[in-house]
Write a protein that binds this ligand. Structure first.
Ligand code: TYM
Length: 334
């Protein structure tokens, strides 16, 4: 298949901290696989989105470069995939402004992430947090993406991007591809190990609930051993056992085993056997990536070169869409 006939996949990741096991299993690992499945993949680090919550500038720079190295360490292949940093491609901010003007206050008010984040950061409910979905729609629509793979928490944002695209296409003429979300069957919502009713997140105050992809083996083992379960001590997949269900999901994602196989494997055994087995699976999965990550991070010149080259590739695509949009809304060409 020629590149221009391939369906295009786009996704992005915030770089406000080290990726969690939730990002890894729910998103990154699946997304990188698409590059070998006949899609043209475009991925980026969403550093413009990152400042909707206050960031320490030095940390934001550090986490951005680390996140870039981490995806390469996972096997993202820059000969097949475009991978860039959002702020390096100014069209994202430019299209976001236009889309702001085609999105209603009421629609944005219904976004659950806005409600959650504004409750969590009550001292900084800034306009960017509110219009965040317009920037995310710009990210997607600039690249004429056919599919947007995300975890379950981002589905609502992809849906609003679809609505904005349809509205704009309807008002003018077909301009944007209307994207479809892709949500994985397993791992779409990896939960906190300390509170299995809330999603695992980088910003979790209780760091025992969150596995970072750079945690060392002892830390991973300790966190899994402390994971909240229940008093039944039976490895069984059931809604009323959210802690065990979450651990089983994690184990299943990594080993590829189905839930009934896992139940059989741990029949007659308790959580004392199950939890370390999950930890070992995670440690084994992350170890080679962590090693490669450290090598890559040592070569900052190489990483920066990759960032530059990929920003140029992304810019070439984004510019084509933006200029169509500018013409349609009636801006006088320079
Ligand atoms: P972010 O940075 O919060 O998460 C990146 C990806 O990881 C998924 N994810 C999870 N999946 C399963 N379990 C979890 N606990 C978990 N936590 C996070 C997210 O669903 C996501 O797929 N707004 C986006 C970033 C973004 C974007 C885009 C995504 C900006 N522009 C355009 C797609 C297309 C975000 O904050 O994801």
């Amino acid at each position: 298949m020629e590149n221009n006939e391939k369906k295009r996949i786009l996704s992005m990741y915030q770089c406000t901290g080290t990726f969690t096991l939730g990002n890894y299993l729910g998103a990154l690992r699946n997304h990188i696989r698409f590059q070998d499945e006949g899609y043209q993949c475009v991925y980026a680090l969403a550093d413009l989105h990152a400042i909707t919550v206050r960031q320490e500038p030095a940390n934001l720079r550090k986490y951005t470069l680390e996140a870039y190295a981490f995806l390469l360490a996972m096997g993202l292949d820059l000969d097949k995939t475009i991978f860039f940093i959002q702020s390096h491609v100014p069209e994202h901010s430019q299209l976001a402004w236009v889309l702001n003007c085609y999105t209603q206050f009421g629609e944005l008010s219904r976004m659950t992430q806005f409600k959650d984040k504004s409750a969590k950061h009550a001292d900084n409910i800034n306009a960017g947090l509110f219009t965040y979905p317009c920037l995310m729609a710009a990210d997607i629509l600039l690249y004429q993406a056919d599919y947007v793979p995300v975890g379950a928490d981002q589905k609502q944002h992809v849906e609003i991007a679809r609505d904005i695209a349809e509205r704009f296409n309807g008002l003018y003429s077909p301009t944007f591809t209307v994207p479809e979300p892709i949500i994985p069957q397993h791992g779409a919502r990896v939960m906190s190990l300390q509170n299995p009713l809330s999603k695992m997140s980088k910003s979790d105050e209780n760091q025992n609930g969150n596995i970072s992809v750079l945690d060392d083996p002892d830390t991973i083992m300790r966190k899994f051993k402390r994971a909240v379960t229940d008093s039944e001590s039976c490895v069984r997949y059931a809604e009323e056992k959210p802690g065990v269900k979450n651990l089983m999901e994690i184990y299943s994602c990594i080993t590829g085993k189905a839930m009934d196989e896992i139940e059989k494997e741990f029949e007659g055994k308790g959580y004392g056997d199950f939890k370390p087995a999950v930890a070992e699976a995670v440690i084994g999965e992350l170890r080679p990536i962590q090693e490669r990550f450290r090598e890559l991070l040592a070569d900052k010149g190489y990483l920066r070169g990759c960032c530059r080259e990929n920003a140029e590739k992304a810019h070439a695509i984004a510019q084509r869409t933006l200029s169509k949009v500018m013409k349609k809304v009636g801006y006088l060409p320079l």
